[in-house]
Unconditional design. Sequence first.
Length: 365
Amino acid sequence: MNILQIVSSSRISGAEKHVVVLTERLKKRGHTIFAICPQGDWLPDQLRAVGAQVFEYKMSFPRLLRIANHLKQFVNEHQIDIIHSHLTRATYLGCVLGGMTGRSVVSSVHVQSHDFVYRYLMPNPRNHIVTVSDWVKEGFLKLGIPEAQIHTIYNGTEFITESGEEEATTEPYSVHDELGIPHNAEIIGIFGHVNDFKGHPLLVSAMHEIVAVRPNAYLMCVGPADPAFKQSLCDTATASGVLDHIRFTGTRNDVKRLLGATTVIALPSCYEACSMAIIEAMSMGKPVVVTHAGGNPELVTDFKTGRLIERNASAVAEGLLSLLNEPALCKKMGENAQQEARERFSAKVMVDNIEALYQQILNRA
């Protein structure tokens, strides 16, 4: 197949990483991949590195029609079979380009949206929406989009190898030494932008109750942080006497290594559509404590692969202590989580499903 991937952001985030994984694996399966994305930043070089032919544009809304006109001949000359868009502006471009060339458009949607493009442009018999969870799918069904055009395909992680076997963890205490915490510390990890939405204030508030029971518990916050927001968290931690039990790592390129050092992962966010942080933690055999919101219940089974909790500091503390106080249960939930991730959330499973959808669309054309 000749596939045109269009993504309207080039920064480092979940959707952009998803496009790189999808592109690399489709390329390895013998497909030809072209990609359209904004100029500069992280994504263009990443896509070129995995074998895509990349074209960079300034993808502001006023330019989309001009870009579509420019690409119309390209799509026809290169016999593009499928146009696959990611994020809203890319979907506008994909729909216009698909209409000009008669190509089917697949739009991957990573959040719930009521945008015009999904309500009025995508509902075309030849177009299809891929949602990353049934929770996102339900939002589109409520808009009246036919169910036959909506397909839930969960995100997949590269942390799971083709054989299903994980790499042995080397230097087991190197993370502890780097962070300046004891080797017997129980590390609670949270991965993502440090902000209120992800629930960092709740975790910091919960640490007072957790440390009182588990004095070797430490909180590791991995991800970018606004300095003022980080300082407010430190002030809260200082007031409750747990500042020494909290570490901020900033943005990291060794997430897998840091995950390997954790005991349990927490993500008390407002909601998640299909969190890569949860999936990556599960794939590493870590139980997860997450809010009962959005697509989280589709990933995590309460008391089997982790805990589903309400979004308040007391519930966060209770959920984490229920695992830290029961090491055998914590280990068993981590094993269950890893098995679930291997079966449902590997990159291979994700690409298998997307490739099958492409073929289904072409067979009906």
